[in-house]
Design a protein around this ligand. Structure first.
Ligand code: SF4
Ligand code: MSK
Length: 654
């Protein structure tokens, strides 16, 4: 057994790893320790695309390869290691894009139904955002009813998935220069589903066998995620559930309550969670819980559903990806209600040892051994009531083996392009000008997006914390989403007081505005908010005419999901330098890796890097930021020189 300190830096997680071991439960940490990663697959050198294989084409380790050996290192069909590596990579990006795309498509159809008034219990909460989007998309507003406007907007967004030609509508949000570059390189996505389908076709056995072509293709697919599926999902969720504004919350397994019915919502799509929040707070349901001996009902979140609910409702967050099984191990969880993505199948087995019910709710994501209660949007309230009642009824089945870690940390979440604009500029003159000015005067050195998952192949939360601390110490403002946002929040970096960990310049800005040096921007799909914020920095002026000119960088220090690769690829394809930790899926092919790590910069202005040491990775990001500052002719730390009359006279005399 691996020491718990080496598995996580989070004390609540360590405590529950220990309890799991005492209870004889194997969770992901233990499984990762006993199941070594396949070295051939990890480096991208295995092809299983057809039944002539699987073929393994890894280079011999520790010895020079002869030309003949190199020539013969191909699959049965003759596919080279480069083709195999690039196909594998492109397929992962396509799977990530498909996941966010399917989320976006579901949201767009849901939005249309809400607009038509077909879904009782849901309504349009942010009318202003709806109207702005309608104007942007050329939808007539005049004196039309908001439902009519929303329906027309929804139909336009639904079309984005099946579109066969032209360009995705939101590409126009990128700076002009970037749009032109995408067009010139032939990577402007046409339709979201089309790009995914074409990628699957072109990576089929015997189709596209030019590794550079495949890697360029994967940029087009990924852009259909960032500027397509993810952005659509974010926009719609803001319109229907309300745009986030800074909100206080708390995080970690200590949010579970010993004397209440505990329910965790886990996954990615917020429709059901929103309704569960309403039902869990209803006096009737609380009364019902009391009849079972509980003091109330405590709804908390896990993974990105948690981020969605935290951003809009301040709902407590139980933890990030690697804490999902540990929430069950507390023995105090009545139900874990899951939808899509990042739900470990191991949950069901863990739950068998306690009383927790794992409830699947989405027809696209069932798990054997779980209780399936399909969520019907048309009868959302009834669906949510049935689920909460199941959890309440289960309270009486709680055993005596309960231990809830005492750890919780306060945080502020709810930062979006709009709320940052407001926070920096005020309600009448909302603007990114103060951000740009502080970058220009060097108080803020640059901006970094640190996003992505946890991975038990690296100590839980550790790389994120080391990276984020190094960045803010060096005056880099950090924007976060997904499970990495939660890692920073647990460590207390998402409150204004965390400015004490920042460099002098960044700290002075945080203190003046009253904001943390690390901003929580939401769930994985909300990485699209980071794209929009970056575009706003370009549009504001003074930092170059393209995203690739900005002193910004991206990272996913603990990634595990194909979605993370899609996100990284759309950052890179948008011109942003991006570093991943843990492992790199093309390391088996030097050519493919070189192309992504170097040639991409000449083409797209952004490139990938792989660096498992988080402090080293942060330094790569800072080095890149400094390179961009130099190219923009910005002198770090100089500050704006205010010239008074005396100085002016001196200048005149000289
Ligand atoms: Fe092997 Fe080629 Fe089939 Fe891949 S496509 S499994 S390399 S024969
Ligand atoms: S939930 S994709 S583990 S961030 Fe979005 Fe966390 Fe990664 Fe899932």
């Amino acid at each position: 057994m691996v020491e718990k300190e080496k598995q996580s830096v989070d004390p609540a997680t360590q405590e529950m790893i220990e309890k799991a071991a005492q209870d004889g439960i194997r969770v992901a940490f233990e499984r990762a320790a006993t199941m070594k990663a396949c070295p051939i697959g990890a480096e991208g050198s295995c092809c299983s695309l057809c039944a002539m294989g699987p073929c393994r084409v890894m280079a011999p380790k520790g010895k020079e390869e002869t030309l003949d050996e190199r020539r013969n290192r191909v699959g049965v069909c003759g596919a080279t290691p480069e083709t195999i590596s690039a196909r594998n990579f492109a397929r992962k990006v396509a799977a990530g894009t498909a996941s966010h795309g399917d989320h976006g498509r579901f949201m767009a159809r849901f939005f249309l139904a809400v607009a038509k008034g077909e879904l009782p219990g849901y309504e349009i909460k942010d009318e202003q955002k709806l109207l702005l989007l309608a104007l942007e998309l050329g939808v007539k507003i005049a004196d039309r009813d908001k439902g009519e406007i929303a329906a027309e907007v929804a139909k336009l967004l639904i079309q984005e998935f099946g579109k066969q030609e032209g360009e995705l509508l939101f590409l126009k949000r990128a700076p002009e220069k970037r749009q032109r570059l995408w067009r010139e390189l032939g990577v402007s996505p046409r339709g979201i589903d089309l790009e995914v389908a074409e990628a699957l076709h072109r990576t089929h056995m015997g189709t596209d066998q030019d590794y550079q072509d495949l890697l360029d293709l994967s940029v087009r697919v990924a852009l259909a995620d960032g500027w397509g599926g993810s952005m659509i999902a974010t926009e719609i969720q803001d319109i229907v559930f309300g745009s986030p504004v800074p909100v206080a919350g708390k995080i970690n397994l200590g949010v579970l309550k010993e004397e209440e019915v505990n329910i965790i919502v886990h996954g990615h799509e917020p429709q059901l969670a929103e309704m569960l929040a309403v039902v869990a707070q209803s006096p009737e349901m609380i009364q019902y819980a009391k009849t079972k001996g509980a003091r109330g009902i405590n709804l908390a979140g896990m993974c990105c559903t948690a981020n969605e609910m935290l951003m809009r409702r301040g709902l407590p967050v139980a933890g990030n990806f690697l804490q999902q099984e540990l929430a069950v191990v507390t023995g105090a969880l009545e139900a874990m209600v899951v939808d899509v993505q990042c739900i470990m199948q191991g949950l069901v087995d863990t739950a068998r040892c306690y009383h927790t019910r794992i409830v699947t709710t989405d027809p696209r994501a069932k798990i054997q051994g779980a209780t399936h209660m399909p969520f019907d949007e048309h009868r959302a309230l009834e669906s949510a009531q049935a689920i909460v009642r199941l959890a309440v009824d289960n309270y009486v089945n709680r055993g005596k083996n309960i231990r809830i870690p005492r750890h919780t940390t306060p945080l502020i979440a709810g930062f979006t392009y709009e709320s940052i604009n407001y926070m920096l500029g005020g309600s009448f003159r909302g603007s990114f000008r103060p951000l740009n000015d502080n970058i220009i005067n060097g108080r803020i050195r640059g901006v970094a997006g640190v996003v992505g998952c946890n991975n038990p192949r690296t100590p839980h939360d550790a790389s994120n914390l080391a990276m984020v601390k190094e960045l803010i110490r060096n005056d880099v403002l950090v924007l976060q989403t997904g499970c990495m946002a939660m890692a920073s929040a647990k460590a207390g970096l998402m409150v204004p007081e965390a400015a004490q960990f920042a460099g002098e310049g960044l700290a002075s800005v945080c203190e003046a505005v009253g904001m943390p040096p690390v901003l929580h921007m939401g769930a994985c799909i909300d990485n699209s908010r980071i794209l929009i914020a970056a575009a706003a920095m370009v549009n504001e002026g003074g930092l170059g005419d393209d995203l690739s000119k900005l002193p910004v960088a991206g990272a996913a220090p603990e990634w595990m999901s194909e979605k993370a690769l899609a996100i990284g690829q759309y950052f890179v394809g948008s011109g942003i330098f991006t570093v991943f930790g843990v492992t790199w899926p093309t390391i088996g092919s030097q050519e493919v890796t070189e192309y992504l790590f170097r040639s991409f910069e000449d083409k797209f202005g952004g490139k990938w890097a792989f660096e498992p040491d988080p402090v080293e990775a942060a330094r790569l990001m800072i080095g890149h930021i400094d390179k961009k500052r130099k190219a923009l002719d910005l002198d770090r730390g100089k500050g704006r020189l205010l010239v008074d009359m005396g100085m002016r006279r001196g200048l005149d005399a000289a």
